[in-house]
Design a binder for this molecule. Structure first.
Ligand code: ADP
Ligand code: MG
Length: 699
């Protein structure tokens, strides 16, 4: 980068110290380069002119051209105004100014040709345009005639100092006009540019601010988005190869324990997808390098058993395994589920959560250090300093999106000489584009098959007025021996109204189903009480479980076949899909009923329709990304990965794929980017990595 771009914004013609201070404060524009990166958020198309005769007050902003008519001063005091008109061969329209009359009269020349831009409004019986944007036709031509006018983000305070979008256009124009190839050096080698049809960097910056036409604007956008995504992908892929080269992992080759389990204790046949994933993990565990693998599988695809089988490989080599879950209920459930299997193999499993009693914990920790515990299951309590393993060989993180990056990093630092292998499991299907970025340095395995015999869940949307019918359906299902969830939204733990809804709902269900045992579960309950209620439901002692989203993740009760979601419109799509995934886990037909009032927002309606339409987690994840934007997807906020200036993961999936492909090819050719043609690219990459949190060490 040339010195020019690092110049303080104060020194740009037309700025000065006062405006500079405002630009610093309001828009974080400090140097020329910041302004260069202050991109328009839309463009006004000024290529079309209306005929004045065709104007009416139903139109939004319009552009007309014609001859300016003489000024007239009208009205008194508050109604004082300056009037003129614009005339073309089809007609005339009045122009009105309520302020700045002298300035307007000085500046504008009646009789000359002008371009006028504004909104036609009806005033009495006549149309007029108040405070139009107005520019000499000849001047328009001089400005290069750009007909796509950029609109810049700005603020109220800046507007007061004439730094509205137009004011910013002036500054950007001054800046861009003075930039040359030496200020904006090309970063991408020419063959890459030719391959991907990328215009030069300088052209791209010029056209993103002042597009010559729509085509050049789209080229500019493509070039800049591609470049931005390319840096991320280069960084991720480099980290991945560094990891693979530098970090040794324990070697777990012996499969005898696994085989015993497989032959003698596995209660069902594994799906092909499960077998494939186990092989992928096995290959990693034999490689001598640390495994960092993401296991993606839709709800119910059977991730837990895969994790357990992988643990057996570590345990077969006298190493220990850990399984960490985001909630106590889930940890508890994993513990119960895996204990059966472990007992059969005479392995010792322990559960450690926040509510483990001090005495018990002390004992547990000493067994862990001596190596007498083979598998430790728990919540983030596992990450505490005092939790020390004798020899941790494999760490499994379930439903990882609930964990922050920092928490995951902790698991890594259990001060062992050789790092444990890491398997991250996620049920929330992440759109491919996000996965590529969030987990770009992980290896990915996918469980893309559900265990045989599962019937797709039937989903319907019912208005609250149909509650009686819905209750009738619940009754039928209970008579058939099935169990039912009824879930209430609880956005904030402290929300009194939501708790009231939950308790009212609970009471109404108890009243409507006399003699049917009902459980209740919510975040305010003590953890013993939660366990107790959960266990009653698991053991089929209670038939209906009224709960908040504490049951959202991972809970597994195959006999439950109905999921009723109250106020379903208040949940996000991913969450609804997760909740629905609590049913459909056995061989019986399952149902999900989304309850809502009649009044629905557009987004709310789309969410419910999407869920009714499809069971496919990936399709839902994509729809979610489109509705909410990537910044809102859980787990992405702290990652620092979503800070794109121009790329938008919700829309630019295709560009991202191209950028990833290009990044791969570049690194394959020259891993260290030392070739002269990659010099500038490497410099820019370094610049971009500075001050970045070490986010990609996710595991
Ligand atoms: P998730 O991927 O959502 O974590 P789980 O691991 O909880 O799914 O598995 C869901 C249910 O499916 C469990 O009851 C589990 O025992 C069962 N299951 C897993 N794999 C198979 C299989 N291959 N065949 C039949 N049932 C299976
Ligand atoms: Mg699970």
């Amino acid at each position: 980068m040339s010195d020019k771009l690092t110049t303080k914004i104060e020194f740009l013609k037309g700025v000065g110290p006062q405006k500079a201070e405002l630009l610093n404060k309001e828009l974080a524009l400090f140097i020329f380069e910041d302004l260069l990166h202050h991109f328009p958020f839309r463009y006004e198309d000024r290529s079309q002119f209306y005929r004045i005769a065709d104007l009416h007050d139903g139109l939004q902003l319009v552009q007309i051209k014609g001859k300016l008519q003489p000024f007239k001063q009208m009205g008194q005091k508050w109604s004082k105004r300056l009037i003129s008109a614009l005339k073309d061969d089809s007609g005339r329209i009045e122009l009105v100014w309520f302020k700045g009359a002298n300035w307007i009269k000085d500046k504008l020349v009646p009789g000359a040709e002008y371009v006028v831009f504004g909104k036609p409004t009806k005033f009495g019986s006549k149309l007029n345009i108040a405070h139009p944007e107005i520019e000499l036709l000849t001047q328009r031509k001089e400005n290069g005639g750009s007909q796509l006018v950029p609109v810049y983000p700005t603020t109220e305070k800046l507007r007061k100092k004439y730094l509205d979008s137009k004011g910013i256009i002036k500054l950007t124009h001054t800046l861009i006009h003075n930039l040359t190839e030496t200020d904006i050096t090309e970063t991408l080698p020419s063959e890459l540019r030719a391959n991907y049809k990328l215009i030069s960097r300088l052209e791209a910056y010029k056209n993103i601010h002042f597009p010559k036409d729509n085509k050049l604007l789209s080229y500019a956008l493509f070039r800049l988005k591609f470049e931005e995504l390319l840096y991320t992908q280069l960084r991720l892929l480099k980290l991945k190869s560094v990891r693979i080269e530098q970090y040794d992992g324990p070697i777990f080759k012996d499969t005898s324990l696994l085989t015993t389990f497989y032959n003698d204790h596995l209660p069902f046949e594994l799906t092909n997808a499960q077998k494939k994933v186990i092989k992928e993990v096995y290959r990693d565990l034999c490689s001598g390098k640390q495994m960092n693998r993401l296991l993606q599988g839709d709800v119910g695809s059977g991730k837990t058993i895969v994790a357990f089988i992988c643990m057996l490989l570590a345990i077969g080599h006298d190493a220990q395994a850990a399984l960490i879950a985001p909630t106590e209920i889930l940890a508890q459930q994993h513990y119960q589920g895996l204990k059966k299997f472990a007992d059969a193999l005479k392995l010792r499993v322990a559960l450690l959560t926040g509510s483990t009693k001090a005495k018990e914990r002390k004992l547990l920790l000493s067994y862990l250090r001596s190596g007498d515990i083979h598998i430790l299951i728990g919540t983030h309590a596992l990450l505490e300093e005092r939790v020390k393993f004798k020899n941790l060989g494999l760490a499994v993180i379930d439903e990882q999106h609930r964990f922050g990056v920092a928490q995951r990093a902790k698991l890594w630092n259990k001060d062992q000489k050789i790092l444990p292998h890491v398997l991250v499991m996620t049920a929330t299907p992440i759109p491919r584009t996000l996965a590529m970025t969030l987990y770009g340095d992980l290896d990915v395995s996918v469980l893309d098959e559900l265990p045989a015999g599962r019937k797709p869940i039937k989903t319907t949307h019912r208005f609250d007025s149909h509650r009686l019918k819905v209750f009738g359906f619940i009754s039928e299902q209970i008579k058939l021996g099935r169990q039912v969830y009824v879930v209430y939204p609880l956005i904030e733990e402290s929300d009194k109204m939501d708790y009231k809804d939950l308790m009212d709902g609970y009471e109404s269900i108890c009243r409507s189903f006399p003699g049917v045992p009902v459980s209740i579960l919510h975040g305010r309950m003590k953890s013993e009480d939660k366990d107790f209620e959960m266990q009653r439901f698991v053991k089929n002692e209670t038939k209906i479980m009224v709960a908040t989203t504490v049951i959202e993740v991972g809970v597994n009760v195959p006999n439950a076949t109905v999921m009723i979601i109250e106020n379903a419109e208040r949940f996000g799509l991913a969450q609804l899909h997760q909740l629905r995934g609590r049913v459909g886990r056995g061989a019986e037909q399952s149902y999900c009923i989304l309850m809502s009032g009649v009044k629905l927002s557009k987004d709310g309606r789309t969410r419910l329709e999407t869920l009714v339409r499809t069971n496919d987690g990936f399709e839902i994840a994509d729809a979610d990304l489109k509705l909410r934007g990537p910044g809102d997807i859980e787990g992405t906020q702290q990652s620092g990965l979503m800070d794109f200036k121009i790329a938008d993961l919700a829309k630019d999936g295709q560009i991202l794929s191209l950028a990833r492909e290009a990044a791969k090819a570049i690194l394959e050719e020259d891993e260290t980017l030392q070739l002269p043609k990659y010099r500038n690219l490497n410099l820019e990459l370094h610049k971009k990595s500075q001050g970045q949190v070490e986010w990609s060490r996710v595991s």
